[in-house]
Write a protein that binds this ligand. Structure first.
Ligand SMILES: [Zn+2]
Length: 831
């Protein structure tokens, strides 16, 4: 067989494995059809795929080709590895149609607590809602009821699913694995797959289903491709000429680690933090976005190179984000050398273009079929390997680094790159025709322009895409290795026809996919839609209250522990781990955009201080970075602070599990501050939120630090939490009103004076620092204060609240006052 032919055969196998369990969807939508499942799958799939292919999977006995019989055996073995059942073993009655899918986060428990009564309540994922015959992918949170999926809902879902599949067929995209996978994700990730019935938590022996049809399908396909490669390498020519079903389907292999057909491949790009943040403030907003998005593309590029080299598909990707990726690959000679080749190519490119500031490390760990049932030891072994190689950076390039130092480029005798500081490359203007010229290197210019284009694409009303070509083209935005990328606000056939791949940014409507290599790319790209917001200065300038920046860094607490210890040992199977990491990254890569823009059914935005819709219609925030399990936001301080509360609330609803939490660090800054400094401060504040040092408490994670000095738990029975902070602001707000400029607030006449607020703030600070009783001074302050009749009640409420605050617990009053003062402070552009 030729190379093309083999690839097309593999594509078909992968598609069959992805679609093999769809009959379960069909049966739930049309329970009155009394067909055998085998026939159901067969008849329905025949509309889309050729019969010879279907026969390999569904009617192997009619096929005399021994290779096909072996492929069928591998397919059955993959189904067994995933722990589900094939269509041959289930009858209609086993499908409890009304049962909802268990929220996979319900599996996560506090490992310190073995008492089942402390397990979180299980929650369930209802079916997505169809409006006007269309599924609009959006915010979807777990429900408490485990029953409630209706035939009617399944039927609507099925009809919309078929429409989109029909579109793929009409567009000749029916063989595009990425598109089919995305379609399955959209429609079947809340449909329970049969045969994964287990027990959970409080309700002992309760019947639940915790793997979705989507996760079941993509895991089966990934494992099947690995087994196919492993056994064809192992048996060579015999694989085509001898029946091997008894070798492939061996019970012994399922329980003992006799052979290791799989590799868990882990990739880690090091130098990410320094690469993103070590830039000067010149053009910071776009450079930041451009650099961080460059890294995301670099990661996607690397994963694509690996998949293309190994002839695998996106179902083999367990996770990408945060500078890391994990893939499941076959443990074959070809795969191992392919991995080495790709790592070598990417590192050559990184060394030449980024002066060794970025390096890609790739390691792999072989594992057996039996180990699929508890994957955390494999992850641990792989992490140890990655840690070890990261201690020896550029090991393969030492000769290069020990050779004589390079002369600076003639452009750099008196200057260096204004953004990154490099001196060994030619310099060029960042923007032509501006008065204060900024000279940068090629890489920095490309990244700045990438950020600019991304902002433009994100604001366009179209459907942004990124084209990739694998040979040089005349117009492109960015080069990675031998590929050339270009961002556009909308897909055009004219440009797209010559492209090798088209990435659709955050697109869930399959009708937008038109290229045979169209595929989705989810990324945090929110930016306020106002086109006048071009840099950090304007973001602060267009804002409300004091002109300061806010920077937020946030991540999931104890992520490693969630994966290694918080899921009971007998449940740490491959499918569950893949599902958990996938859903986390969906939150950070995709849903964050919806949360910040307050789109569709996303939770309502937090408002600490009311401002008119005309002065502040959108969050003045930019996502610098978001993926994996963490994020970095920059923007106007009030919007960033409110966004932090929004993200926390949304995350709480999304996981519906009190053990899975976020912590964040928030700091104030000026728009001309160097970004690395703000990133560092926010990192330190985040560290403070997670340090557990405060008040000798055992665990202060699950909190936000507002600057390094003030750590507030999201919620604490002892008080002094974020809710208390919002409460004190509500006690102070009757004394404030929108200012005449519409840009800040002012004090109500006959109410509190600015002097009072400063004096109270000073007392609260002293209280914290000295930890001494200051109530006589407080009483004196309140006693001397006179307000008009209509405000007396509010003053009394404020006084009672401040006095009721326990000693050592008044920090929320202090910070609340500080924020109010920041809202009232006259802006520099006000009279
Ligand atoms: Zn540079």
């Amino acid at each position: 067989m030729g190379k093309e032919q083999i690839l097309s055969e593999r594509t078909k196998y992968c598609l069959m494995a992805l679609l093999h369990n769809l009959w379960q969807f069909r049966v739930r939508a049309f329970p009155e059809e009394k067909e055998k499942h085998e026939n159901l799958a067969w008849q329905w799939l025949r509309k889309y795929y050729d019969e010879a292919l279907l026969r390999t999977f569904f009617q192997p006995e009619s096929d005399k080709n021994l290779r096909h019989l072996n492929v069928h055996a591998i397919f059955l073995e993959a189904i067994r590895c995933v722990g589900s059942v094939s269509h041959e073993d289930v009858n209609n009655d086993a499908l409890d149609a009304e049962l909802r899918l268990l929220n996979p986060f319900s599996r996560v428990r506090n490992p310190q607590e073995l008492d089942p009564s402390t397990f979180p309540d299980a929650t369930y994922l209802p079916l997505p809602v169809i409006q006007d015959g269309v599924l609009k992918f959006g915010w979807h949170v777990p429900a408490k009821d485990k029953i409630g999926n209706k035939t009617e809902d399944y039927r609507k879902l099925w009809s919309s699913f078929e429409d989109e599949l029909e579109h793929l067929k009409n567009r000749d995209l029916i063989m595009n694995v990425d598109a089919v996978l995305h379609l399955l994700d959209k429609y079947t990730s809340c449909i329970p797959s049969s045969g994964t019935i287990g027990v959970i938590g409080r309700a002992d022996q309760e019947k639940i289903v915790d793997i979705s049809l989507f996760d079941n399908a993509r895991t089966t396909a990934a494992i099947m491709l690995c087994l196919l490669d492993y056994y064809s390498e192992k048996y060579g020519e015999d694989f085509n000429n001898k029946p091997l079903d008894s070798e492939i389907i061996s019970d012994e292999n399922q329980v003992k680690d006799i052979e290791k057909p799989f590799l868990l491949v882990g990739g880690d790009i090091s130098g990410v933090q320094r690469f993103i943040y070590t830039i000067t403030s010149k053009g910071a907003l776009k450079s930041l976005k451009g650099r961080s998005f460059f890294l995301e593309l670099l990661l996607e590029h690397t994963v694509d190179q690996l998949l293309e080299k190994l002839e695998l598909f996106r179902c083999n990707v367990v996770f990408t984000g945060g500078g890391h990726f994990y893939l499941i690959c076959p443990n074959t000679k070809k795969a191992r050398s392919g991995i080495e080749d790709v790592a070598g190519d990417i590192n050559d490119f990184l060394r030449k273009n980024f002066a060794a500031s970025l390096e890609l490390f790739i390691c792999y760990e072989p594992f057996s079929k039996a180990e699929l049932k508890n994957v955390s030891p494999i992850w641990r072994r792989l992490s140890e390997k990655l840690e070890a190689v990261k201690k020896r950076p550029w090991e393969k390039y030492l000769d290069h680094f020990f050779s004589a130092p390079e002369e600076p480029h003639p452009d750099c005798y008196t200057a260096k790159c204004d953004v990154c500081g490099r001196e060994d490359v030619p310099l060029m203007s960042l923007k032509e025709g501006v008065i204060e010229e900024v000279k940068v290197c090629k890489g920095c210019k490309e990244q700045f322009l990438l950020g600019e284009k991304l902002h433009k694409a994100s604001r366009s009303r179209g459907k942004p895409v990124i084209y990739r070509w694998d040979s040089e083209v005349s117009v492109y935005d960015l080069q990675i290795g031998n590929s050339f990328y270009k961002i556009s606000g909308d897909y055009s056939d004219d440009v797209g026809s010559s492209a090798s791949v088209v990435y659709h940014l955050n697109e869930w409507d399959l009708n937008a996919f038109r290229h045979n290599k169209s595929r989705p790319l989810l990324a945090g790209i929110y930016i306020p839609p106002d086109e006048n917001i071009t840099d950090l200065e304007t973001m602060v300038d267009k804002s409300y209250g004091m002109e300061r920046l806010g920077v937020l860094r946030m991540d999931v607490d104890y992520l490693g522990r969630i994966f290694s210890r918080s899921v009971p040992e007998n449940e740490r199977n491959f499918s569950l781990m893949a599902t958990l990491s996938y859903r986390l990254s969906l939150f950070f890569k995709y849903h964050l955009n919806g949360i910040l823009s307050g789109r569709d059914n996303y939770p309502p935005k937090t408002v600490l201080f009311p401002r008119s819709a005309s002065s502040c219609p959108h969050r003045l925030v930019s996502i610098v970075y978001s993926g994996g399990d963490d994020l970095f936001l920059i923007g106007h301080w009030l919007d960033v602070l409110e966004a932090a509360l929004d993200v926390q609330k949304a995350f709480r609803d999304f996981t519906a599990n009190p053990f899975i939490t976020l912590s964040g660090g928030f700091v104030f800054g000026y728009s001309h501050d160097p970004v690395y400094r703000l990133a560092e401060l926010a990192g330190r504040a985040e560290g403070e939120a997670k340090s557990g040092r405060k008040n000798g408490q055992e665990d202060t994670r699950k909190s936000i630090a507002i600057t390094e000095n003030h750590v507030f738990p999201w919620k604490s029975p002892k008080g002094g939490d974020v809710e208390a902070l919002q409460q004190i602001i509500s006690y102070l707000s009757p004394f404030m009103k929108p200012g005449s400029s519409g840009r800040s607030m002012s004090l109500v006449e006959g109410g509190l004076s600015m002097g009072f607020l400063y004096r109270l703030l000073d007392l609260m600070r002293r209280w914290r620092n000295l930890n001494k009783w200051i109530h006589p001074k407080l009483a004196y302050l309140f006693g001397r204060t006179r307000v008009s009749e209509d405000l007396k009640g509010h003053l009394k409420n404020l006084q009672d609240y401040v006095f009721s605050t326990k000693i050592g617990n008044g920090e929320h009053v202090e910070v609340g006052l500080m924020l109010c003062i920041m809202m009232i402070r006259r802006r520099s552009d006000e009279p």
